[in-house]
Design a binder for this molecule. Sequence first.
Ligand code: NAD
Length: 409
Amino acid sequence: MQAFEATNVYFDQAARLLDLTGNMRTMMITPDRELRVEVAIEMDNGEIGNFIGYRIQHDNARGPFKGGLRYHPHVDQDESRALASLMTWKTAVVDLPYGGAKGGMNCDPAKLSRGELERLTRRFVQQIHDFIGPHKDIPAPDMGTDAQVMAWILNEYSKYHGFHPACVTGKPVEYHGSAGREAATGYGVMLCTREMLKRQGQTIAGTTFTIQGYGNVGSFTARFLHDLGGIIIGVSDASGAILRPEGLDIAALERHVTVARRVAGFKGGEVGTNDQLLTMPVDVLIPAALGGVFDKTIAESVQAKLIVEAANGPTWPEADVVFTRRGIPVVPDILANAGGVIVSYFEWVQNLQHFRWPLEQVRREQETRQVESFGKVYDLAQKKGVSMRTAAFMLAINRVGRARVLGGI
Ligand code: NAD
């Protein structure tokens, strides 16, 4: 099964409970537009570098397309399609006036120089600038891209269309970005974890956590949980895992990663593997790296009591069935990691109004929206006796479907 098909399995589980007609289903799952562009650049050694860029615009019934750009060797059309579709449901779950899109480039940013990364990004924008824009499609960071890449996108886009800072979000704060955007996804993961634990009569303080992925989302999640008394007993990234049953010193780990750019080599814990991290006994397991990490076998071995999906699409449907059977609740990606797009929305609003919000306001507004959305999904799941993933999809499909009907096909 491929990633897009997996997303549609989740869609169908919810759609069946909503009596969606076959034609409506087809219209809702089919992407509106798929761009595939050649991105050829001159490499530092004078040779030509060949890359392929994608931008999948899945649905814009509720507003402009919105979604991240991923730079990773696994990026392809199917993965971008799956992620674009997830964005449609995510923006609807947290009730933002957006649709869903996703894109990226099949490259390994770790192997590119800064100059190559910049040329690649600018060339990509040259290929797609007519299809993006503040009221058409607004990219943002994802795996392998950051605020600097977003700054290049704004600069390149402006050469064609004039000054439009709202054409991309996740920009540096000094270059039309928003306070709180960089940490927003991790902050949202913490809020959703807090809300879920509250429903179970627990708190973050004293609870143990493992986190797979120590990039933007994983590291901020770790910091926020740690600050509230959470005990992070293991983290991992592409270089391996670091485990410490008594809890890692997150400040020391951050200092190490700032210099080494990886968790490997950190002396404050035992060296482990990613599989060990995913299957060790823990209260809450947080995947915050790639998609598709939980297959049937891993799902049978997971010893966590709760899973909070910070990554997009970490759970294959076959693993989801296992988690349900084993009574392990899952806070689904389209709810748990929506903090990034929520604060991207705030950034877009600030850019359109040429106005700046202080960090406290961003955090307050994010918390209100996130806690409200969590409550709606949780209550619907309880009422209908379904998983939180199915409830989140039901809520989203209803909202997107309503917009389609009201706006006219
Ligand atoms: P990032 O590039 O900053 O970090 C990714 C991390 O995953 C790195 O630590 C990397 O080493 C690690 N990793 C890569 N391959 C791995 C492997 N095989 N095993 C273990 N770790 C591995 O990316 P990010 O922005 O933190 O995104 C992480 C996830 O969160 C992605 O699934 C992304 O789609 C999702 N997400 C990100 C945002 C955002 O605002 N950045 C928002 C919503 C969802």
